[in-house]
Design a protein around this ligand. Sequence first.
Ligand code: ACO
Length: 319
Amino acid sequence: MPARIAGTGRYLPTEVLTNDALAQRVATSDEWIRTRTGIRQRHIAAATEQTSDLAVNAARAAIAAAGMQPADIDLIIVATATPDMIFPATATIVQDKLGIRHGGAAFDISAVCSGFVYALAIAERMVSSGGARNALVIGAETYSRILDWSDRGTCVLFGDGAGAVVLVPAPEPGIVTAHLHADGSHRHILCAPGAIQHGAITGTPFVHMDGAAVFKFAVKVMADVAFEALAAAGLSPTDVDWVIPHQANIRIMDATMKKLHLPEERLVVTVDVHGNTSAASIPLALDTAVRDGRIRRGQHVLLIGVGGGFTWGSVLVRW
Ligand code: ACO
């Protein structure tokens, strides 16, 4: 039985940090950030909010949009690089906070900014093979906790948020094709290389990035994996109604659209509102375009993830 997305949801924390406000903390400017990245503002989780809280808010919206109750969910996958704690998995905390008691599977996956497409591809395989019925797939992050707020090269780029979808069995495929890749030899260009040993943090627990190397790599693999999905589905770029790439940086997204020879009008952009929210960025953008009526039944939506590892992947959805 194929699987389709039955509902989407998103949540952004209340506190908004604008570029101007950030420019009072580090040597940067609204103009520099906007022209280099397209970001105008980011949301910051309250001290009392954990990644699981953001995830639960997005999940509740997605479950309601699917016309379901939390008890209908028998699989939860949370994609995150900023889990609540070392263990248990944030997905089990989400399961508990949603009040789900019947013991369906719940686990996290770590593929950084590609996390949502990885999680969606895994969930699709579990639903279509009968291993789960109604899957909740969430991307949720609190990157504000792993940023060095004195490093203007990274702290201006990221924000907190969560997005979610509910995946159900369907007679027609909603998830048409999915393609996942990784190349660990590039892990040093984007990482948070801290570790916990004997109760102490070793290495630096903050995001470290070689911006230029990330830019080059991201543009190449995003276009490659988009073409891979289209070839597998027997479609051409012009058959794609909406492209939803990882919302890292408007210039990476524009360069990808150019490689696909697609007009900017087919690109969904939300990075201006929430910055790079890593695994949360694609479902945040997806939910935005679903709820404002841009994405309609029968359309093809191409999700493209890329992130630390390096990891990358695409999921082609027929809505
Ligand atoms: N404000 C003002 N000046 C800054 C800032 C800032 N926030 N950050 C860097 N600069 C300065 C640099 O110090 C440098 O100054 P110098 O010339 O005096 O040395 C100057 O701006 C230019 O720096 P570059 O790094 O060359 O700037 P560039 O135009 O390459 O833009 C950026 C940097 C935006 C990070 C770019 O490399 C980029 O977009 N990379 C992609 C990275 C990305 O999107 N990462 C997100 C995570 S990746 C992912 O999610 C897959």
